[in-house]
Design a protein around this ligand. Structure first.
Ligand SMILES: *Cc1c(COP(=O)(O)O)cnc(C)c1O
Length: 419
């Protein structure tokens, strides 16, 4: 008999679980069994490791950002360069892992949801690599914002299915992908793109990404003569790149960790995607977690300049880590992220993804007050080529606003300085 104290499988404290309709229970259980059975085998690990190394480009460099560190005048800043992976972001770690699992399970088709398009591109890539059919669900608003990624997926042989429901963004794409999975479960595996959804996804996706922190630990030992940073910073959409970095350091109390959410353009509900500032406990897409919702308990609209952080719920493990005080959660506004984007480009020659720029913004706030003996480690989750249009549009709008309101001139000047 289980007592109330027995930990439930798939929970992180009170969060997580499998809140799915009956029709999804069987495929979820099948997936969990397969993951538990295969992921630890030598054969699976060897195959995954060799694909990540020879195909995706692991290990990614750990780079000491000397000019940025000097300019900020405080801590030494190191960047974990996930942006240099094939397809341009950390997402490929998980996409290849799950596609490989799908193949071992005998599935012939994989499906995925995508927001910014990065997970869709990574999944379409993994599908082509392993010879699987692929359909990617994407909200039509996101398709408009990320046209290039839509074309990339199509060129990779995937079908991109536009979703015209709700806010026509990520959460609606997940709904459609779940619907597809229920209907086609016999030959289809659903490659979920972050540490979200019902168990086993949150732990499985985390495990496929923990290579980020494991590598960083080894690289710091070699390059900085100690295997831990004083401060680790990552942006938090669903929360996969952050857990990928943090997991290796969770047991090391010397390491302080900060997750950065999308502060958007204000604190009002609907203007941001900061679940730790105004979210309440609820259930979305099969998991119990913190969720932005209105007073009726309906899922609230969100806003962020970066499509990849624009999701109303956060991965359940993050809520536990926040409750324990192990990880702190803060946010960066659209404006701060754009400034950080420009700053990293100008000082280090790196165009970071706008998601990533939120983490860089936090480092810019923290580093100056730290001593030069301290190490700040930022997970550079992706590259910013996909965001060039968004940045230009933001700067144009900011310049227009500034021209109208004299008080905001100084901000526009900062933006122009970097152009
Ligand atoms: C998708 C994405 C994110 C946000 O997702 P997480 O699951 O929170 O990591 C962050 N950065 C980049 C570059 C992304 O593509």
């Amino acid at each position: 008999m289980t007592s109330a104290k027995t930990p439930l499988i798939g929970y992180f404290g009170d969060y997580g679980g499998r809140y799915v309709p009956e029709t999804l229970m069987a495929p979820i259980a099948e997936l969990a069994r397969a993951y538990d059975k295969f992921s630890g085998t030598r054969r699976f690990r060897k195959r995954l490791k060799s694909l990540l190394r020879d195909y995706a480009g692991r290990p990614t460099p750990l780079y000491f950002a000397e000019r940025l560190s000097r300019e900020l005048g405080g801590a030494r800043i190191y960047l974990k360069r996930e942006d240099l992976l094939h397809t341009g972001a950390h997402k490929i770690n998980n996409a290849i892992g799950q596609a490989l699992l799908a193949q071992v399970m005998g599935k012939e088709r994989i499906i995925a949801e995508t927001g910014a398009g990065q997970h869709g591109v990574a999944t379409a890539t993994a599908a082509a690599l392993l010879g699987l059919a692929c359909t990617v669900y994407m909200g039509e608003e996101d398709m408009r914002r990320q046209r290039l990624n839509v074309e990339r997926m199509r060129l990779l042989g995937a079908e991109v299915a536009g979703v015209d429901a709700g806010s026509r963004t990520l959460k609606d794409a997940i709904n459609e992908a779940l619907r597809d999975w229920v209907t086609n479960v016999r030959d289809t595996h659903y490659v979920l793109g972050s540490v979200l959804g019902p168990d086993p996804y949150p732990r499985m996706v985390r495990d496929f990404h923990r290579v980020i922190g494991d590598e960083a630990r080894r690289q710091l030992r070699r390059q900085a003569s100690r295997g831990w940073p004083d401060l680790a910073i990552a942006c938090v959409g669903g929360g996969s790149n952050s857990l990928g970095l943090f997991t290796a350091f969770l047991d090391d109390r010397r390491v302080r960790m900060i997750g950065v959410e999308a502060g958007g353009r204000g604190e009002k509900l609907g203007e941001h995607a900061a679940r730790f500032h105004g979210g309440r406990v609820g259930v979305l897409h099969g998991t119990r977690t913190l969720l932005l919702q209105d007073r009726d308990g309906q899922v609230a609209g969100t806003h962020s300049v970066s499509a990849g952080l624009d999701y109303p719920a956060v991965g359940p493990e993050h809520v536990k880590l926040a409750e324990e005080g192990r990880v702190e959660y803060t946010s960066a506004t659209d404006e701060e992220a754009i400034e950080a984007f420009h700053r990293l480009a100008a000082t280090e020659g790196i165009l970071a993804a706008l998601e990533t720029a939120h983490a860089v913004a936090e480092a810019i706030k923290r580093a100056p007050s730290l001593s030069s003996r301290k190490i700040v480690l930022i997970n550079l989750s992706g590259r910013g080529d996909k965001d060039v249009e968004s940045v230009l549009e933001y700067d144009r709008e900011a310049a227009k606003r500034a021209a109208k309101t004299p008080a905001r001139r100084s901000v526009a000047r900062v933006g122009r300085e970097f152009e």
